[in-house]
Write a protein that binds this ligand. Structure first.
Ligand code: TXE
Length: 469
């Protein structure tokens, strides 16, 4: 396969680099390409270009809308080749990578059409007052390795619509598709409006400490999110942090296991569980526990795991070696603490970072596999008897991203769901995300929200315009 252009984009141009680093194909564990390691001068050049471009970019909303639609067209036009790169570096089946590309384009189109008129808040004999939204300036956007392009689009589309300019840095585990996206958009966006740099983790820290950006939009781990918040504080940069989750799903006694097994499987094992808002722990009413364990075990056992380029594969490898080690260790320690894997339970005996999709019973609250974010294909199922107890268990955590409640009586399920302390609660579904729906975390799962008018507002400064009469 011919690989696309993986150079950095600064001021609308491809830039040469001195150092680079290996990018690993998680299906083989072998390096298949190198990515540029941005140096300090190049990072300055990227922020300078963004600052220069801001002057004009912020002035013409109609041009920004047109340009975002053109960016969506370019993403669709390059979807096949970008999807191949995504699968090579991320591991996910290529048909799912294609979906990520089309979803990314949908985010650009949604924001291209989003209208947020000024709000008139007072109009009387003494005063006319309205609230308007202005861009913030240069945005530093930092993304993780689980959905490199989609999560970049969640930032780029609203940031650019609002009139900001951006320096974007992907994860060092998955830099290539993002670099290729930057290259594909060179002729679409005016120079400097979007700059794409890549490098090892210290580059992220350099971005958050840089004097030019006025806003940091970050998706990643809680530990790194706290470092980003601390770095931003000194300069009072605005931050949006979308961090980890340990989402519970609560299955009440009136569920129909046959009807929900596939949805549960997709919500917990999609992208190999490497989704911030995947189901990470399932609480099942004791009267239905055995049925749910049996149905989910059967579905998980049937999952086709393999190289993302093979037909019929549903789950690829875990994305990187440290994450593979972490999932392996969490599952091994759950089993040595008394849990049982009804299916899976071990790394697969083959090259690459493949792990058997795993269902665990007998793991209780207070053990790492239940209390921490496993971010991998291993799911604990825990029985409960009283709703008030399970609500307390679900809330007894610093995580607060999403949660779901499942049951035939949707009013009852909704009243349980609204007792959960998380940014989103879903009833009879999980992980419903769309461009128009706010997405963000309570507690340590984040600060602020992405998507919808609320996500757009997070890339603006509010301005009161008041005229005395
Ligand atoms: O994340 P990091 P990692 C969770 C998941 C996983 C864990 C570790 O539980 O096991 O995080 O993943 C950049 N200042 N999630 O190590 O370090 C880094 O280069 C600024 C949940 O990959 O948070 C990358 O671009 N940036 C998550 C980005 O931060 C820094 C998705 C994320 O990396 C930086 C991924 C610094 N000091 C993992 N250090 C989700 N919310 O979905 C690193 N980076």
């Amino acid at each position: 396969m011919e690989l696309p252009d993986f150079s950095m984009t600064i001021d609308g141009k491809s830039v040469a680099h001195i150092d680079d680093f290996d990018v690993i194909n998680p299906s083989t564990g072998e390096a298949f390409a190198q990515a540029p390691d941005c140096d300090a001068d190049q990072l300055d050049a990227a922020f300078d270009a963004a600052a220069r471009a801001y002057g004009d970019w912020r002035t013409d909303l109609a041009l920004r809308r047109e340009t975002l639609n053109a960016a969506a067209d370019a993403i669709v036009a390059n979807a096949e080749s970008l999807a191949q790169v995504l699968t090579l570096e991320q591991g996910r089946p290529v048909n799912q990578s294609v979906i990520e590309l089309h979803a990314s384009a949908a985010w650009f189109r949604y924001f291209a059409a989003l209208d947020l008129p000024a709000e008139v808040i007072q109009d009387d004999a003494t005063t006319y007052a309205e609230v308007t939204r202005k861009p913030i300036g240069v945005v530093a956007a930092i993304t993780p390795w689980n959905f490199p392009l989609l999560l970049a689009s969640w930032k780029l589309a609203p940031a650019l619509l609002a009139g900001n300019t951006v320096v974007l840095k992907p994860s060092p585990y998955t830099p290539l598709a993002t670099l290729a996206l930057g290259a594909a958009l060179r002729g679409v966006l005016p120079p400097g409006v979007l700059n794409v740099v890549s490098g090892r983790d210290p580059l992220g820290a350099s971005m958050t400490e840089h004097p030019v950006p006025r806003k940091i939009s970050f998706t990643g781990s809680i530990a790194t999110g706290k470092r980003v918040a601390a770095a931003a504080a000194g300069d009072l940069k605005r931050v949006t942090l979308e961090l980890g989750g340990n989402d519970p799903a609560i299955l009440l006694d009136d569920i129909d296991p046959a009807a929900i097994t596939e949805k549960l499987f997709q919500s917990a094992f999609g992208n190999n569980g490497q989704i911030c808002s995947a189901i990470k722990r399932v609480y099942v009413h004791e009267s239905r526990y055995d049925e749910v364990v049996e149905a989910l075990t059967e579905r998980v056992r049937a999952a086709v795991v393999g190289d993302g380029f093979l037909d019929g594969v549903e789950l690829g490898p875990i994305q990187n070696a440290p994450q593979y080690e972490r999932v392996s260790q969490l599952v091994a320690s759950a089993i040595s603490d008394g849990a049982t894997a009804t299916t899976g339970g071990r790394p697969m005996d083959r090259p690459g970072y493949f792990f058997e999709p795993t269902v665990l019973v007998g793991a209780a609250d207070g053990t790492a596999i239940v209390d921490e974010e496993q971010f991998g294909p291993a799911l604990p199922l825990i029985p409960f008897s009283r709703v008030e107890d399970v609500v307390a268990q679900a809330n007894a955590t610093n995580f607060g991203l999403g949660a779901s409640v499942w049951g035939a009586d949707t009013d009852r399920a909704t009243s349980v769901a609204t007792q959960l302390d998380s940014g989103s609660v879903w009833v009879n579904t999980h992980m419903a995300v769309a461009p128009n729906l706010p997405f963000g975390g309570a507690k340590w799962s984040g600060i602020g929200v992405e998507n919808g008018p609320w996500g757009y507002a997070a890339f603006t400064e509010l301005q009161l315009v008041l005229r005395a009469r």
